[in-house]
Write a protein that binds this ligand. Structure first.
Ligand code: ADP
Ligand code: NA
Length: 342
């Protein structure tokens, strides 16, 4: 039986929010802390993915560091997990080229991410003149780079949020296409979907919490102070029904708050709803706000400590992580090249 290899990544596009934490980062730490002997864990700041939309160099440099510091602050331990910047391991892009020789254009054109990034409808096609004018090759082929990120380490398990399921499916398909032509090189990676599938926006609770929403009050950042968290929860959009109940379809705002609480307290949404049934919305919000603030306090403190550190701690962890990831990637590249006659 092969040892499990766990890989996941996060884009450096600002300090991660509560959705990233519950949907991804907290799961990564749980996997790390419960991993059996022999499990390999790799977590990457996927900075090359950030380039699929225009970036300011100075801003990106800051965001990369912030994202790295966040991974350490949430509890990833460089002794147990390899933490690295994607761009420090050239084999990720080298394998991307190789995979692009087997990746299906038809499949890529049906995927939704390039459409949503260009604000085109989900049924937009490459034939649309709007799409042709705006679409860049990097944005279109982004899932191939993501497949390379996963396959270069021959990952067996990929913890991601529900929104990434489509991309993982593409990686599986691409791995199988490659294996079919060149032999059994890549394991077919499995998604590990977090129980916190979709944390919703505090301002538009029908949409997921995301860093791309204009209103900063729509999301809680892992670096928000207790007071900022309380304030954002207090002004979260809910409804004016008299009692508290859990009903995601008809009452998305209050149900999202209940769900967030349930992820922190480990009790079901129904239990929370019946406990708070006759309570005021205000007291539910206060409880949710302080629960989030208490749970994130240690992360925030560690984050500020790491960002303040002048001894070069973050850079040395990043260097060592990059070296370890390079070793893991080179092993796969050798197999790939041998199989292809290179
Ligand atoms: P964003 O969607 O804000 O741009 P990323 O694409 O960098 O964030 O996602 C990083 C990880 O966080 C992914 O595994 C993604 O599935 C997860 N994630 C992002 N937003 C949410 C959310 N609102 N609820 C749950 N998980 C989320
Ligand atoms: Na996402």
């Amino acid at each position: 039986k092969k040892n499990p290899v766990i890989f996941s990544g996060i884009q450096p596009t600002g300090v991660p929010h509560l959705g990233n934490y519950l949907g991804a980062l907290r799961e990564w730490v749980k996997l790390q802390d419960s991993a059996e002997e022999g499990t390999k864990l790799l977590f990457s700041i996927v900075d090359l993915h950030a380039l699929t939309v225009p970036q300011d160099a100075k801003q990106l440099r800051t965001w990369r560091r912030e994202a790295f510091a966040t991974l350490l602050a949430v509890g990833l331990d460089p002794k147990r997990s390899t933490i690295f910047y994607q761009s420090s391991v050239p084999a990720h892009t080298e394998l991307m080229w190789i995979l692009s020789t087997v990746a299906s254009m038809g499949y890529l054109s049906r995927m939704t991410q390039w459409k949503s990034k260009l604000q085109l409808p989900d049924d937009a096609s490459l034939e649309d003149s709007e799409a042709r004018a705006q679409l860049r090759l990097g944005l279109f082929s982004y899932p191939v780079l993501q497949a390379a990120d996963i396959l270069i380490h021959r990952a067996t398990h990929v913890p991601v949020g529900e929104d990434q399921r489509q991309h993982l499916e593409f990686s599986r398909y691409t791995a199988n296409s490659f294996n079919h032509l060149y032999g059994d090189i890549f394991p077919t990676p499995e998604a590990l979907i977090s129980p916190a599938k979709r944390v919703m926006s505090l301002k538009e609770p029908q949409n997921k919490m995301s860093k791309s929403h204009a209103d900063p009050k729509s999301r809680i950042l892992l670096t928000d102070s207790a007071a900022e968290i309380q304030k954002k929860v207090k002004v979260a959009l809910t409804d004016s029904e008299p009692k508290i109940s859990y009903d995601p379809t008809n009452r998305p705002g209050v149900s999202n708050l209940i769900e967030i609480l349930s992820h922190f307290e480990g009790v079901t949404c129904q239990e929370i709803a019946s406990e708070y049934e006759t309570a005021s919305l205000r007291s539910l919000k206060e409880h949710v706000g302080s629960r989030i603030a208490d749970s994130l306090a240690g992360i925030r403190e560690r984050y500020l400590g790491i960002m303040d550190d002048k001894s070069g701690y973050l850079d040395s962890v990043a260097r060592e992580g990059g070296e370890a990831a390079q070793v893991s990637a080179d092993l796969t590249m050798r197999k790939v090249k041998r199989a292809m006659g290179l």
